[in-house]
Design a protein. Sequence first.
Length: 330
Amino acid sequence: MQAAGEHLLSQISQSLFTIQPNVSITEIQARLSEIISQYDIRRIEIEEPHPDLQEKIELFLSGKKLEGLSPLSLDGYRLQLRVFAEHVKKKVEDITTADLRVYLGRFQNLKSATLASKLSVLKSFFGWLAAEDIIPKDPSAKIKPPKKEKRLPKALTIEELEMMREACKTIRERALIEVMYATGCRLSEVQQLNRADIDFTTQSCRVIGKGNKEREVYFSFKAIYHLKKYFLSRGDQEQALFITERRPFRRISGRGIQREIGIVAARAKITKNVTPHTMRHTFATLTLNNGAELVAVQELLGHENPATTQIYASITAERKREQHRKYLVQ
């Protein structure tokens, strides 16, 4: 695109240089019109994202889709890059490290994890463009991610988990709580499950996780019991594992599952913020505290990096005291 622009400028310059004195404006316009007709020229509105940047974003997303990135991740990338394009209205090759720092500086009030997520998307985008030789160098390469906040995931205690169970008023609520806790699945993984996916003989099913990777997860006796009870209460033909309560029956949305768990937590009078991911944290923390091997929990959670699972291995004060009493040589 830059070469075409330079070529256009060169042609216009040469044309104007060769025009004789006393040539009319009409003749100049005709000469320029003849040159410009060979190019696709679009006016760039300063208020709008640069078309070149938008084009490269679509190219990047297409590439990532071919690499097998999940639709959920692609939507996240698209949203983040759209916001970026609205702030940095430049051609991709003209974007500098300073531009990225100024852009990220707009979000200093956000948590470091959120800021790191925004930077990660930009690094993925510009790194991909540089690797594909679309841009000469990656302007995000020199930017270091912010320090991560050292906060342990807020899992439910055994008592709080029981309070959640007791607070369930509908069959669907109880089945959902038991499935989320027993499997340790992500919200998107549970939301996409179908009834036919459940193997009641082995009390397991296969889910599609991050990076489109498949893994096997397992149910508890309680989860299986309440799932069967939930299925018997339904008179629909929907294939989805969890559906809406009102007609027309359809697969429950991720937002619907979040809302359901939030309602149960409020009813149980649990003060901490309880989300679907809290149930995943609870599965990991309580399982590890009960003696499960870290590698096994890593596989069950679908973590590629053991360090991601390691954050759940920080045991409670009570568990530490128990271990001290049990293993200290007197």
